[in-house]
Design a protein around this ligand. Structure first.
Ligand SMILES: [Zn+2]
Length: 148
């Protein structure tokens, strides 16, 4: 399975576990259970199931250290976030991508540094901007083809 396909199979619950693995670099099922205890009521058996699914999916590696198992990420956090955010944009008409980005930015709290980075990115994007973005949908999945 490609890295992208692996990432797209992760459930919301598995994502919570991945975040711990990314933050800690290597972790144990006890540590994941303790950390997630703050926002979930998952029992250690639940966490163990999630960890083993992530190992099966190739998202986590595991190795034995003494009498316990250590888990570590096999796919980078940055890559995973990139795949997920691109995935959102494949779900809408390409004409609406601008709107989606606008609402994401609108709902986000940003630092001055973030805004500087976005401003220079947009400036760069202006150089290859088009008059009107072409629709990429099949007929009937967006209003572009419907003349009424
Ligand atoms: Zn369309």
């Amino acid at each position: 399975m490609s890295e992208k396909k692996k990432i797209l199979t992760i459930t919301d619950a598995e994502w919570e576990v991945m975040r711990v693995a990314w933050a800690t670099k290597e972790t144990t099922s006890k540590e994941v259970t303790d950390i997630l205890n703050e926002k979930t009521e998952w029992k250690s058996t639940t966490v163990k199931t999630l960890l083993s699914r992530l190992v099966d999916k190739g998202m986590l590696g595991t190795t034995r250290k003494g009498n316990k198992f250590i888990y570590f990420p096999l796919v980078e956090e940055r890559k995973s976030i990139e795949v997920l955010s691109k995935e959102i944009l494949t779900k809408v008409c390409s004409k609406k991508v601008g709107n989606v980005l606008e609402s994401i930015i609108n709902e986000s709290q940003l630092s001055f540094e973030d805004i500087d980075a976005l401003e220079s990115l947009l400036k760069e994007k202006r150089k290859s901007a088009v008059e009107s973005v072409p629709c990429n949908c099949i007929k009937g999945q967006c209003q572009c083809h419907i003349a009424r």
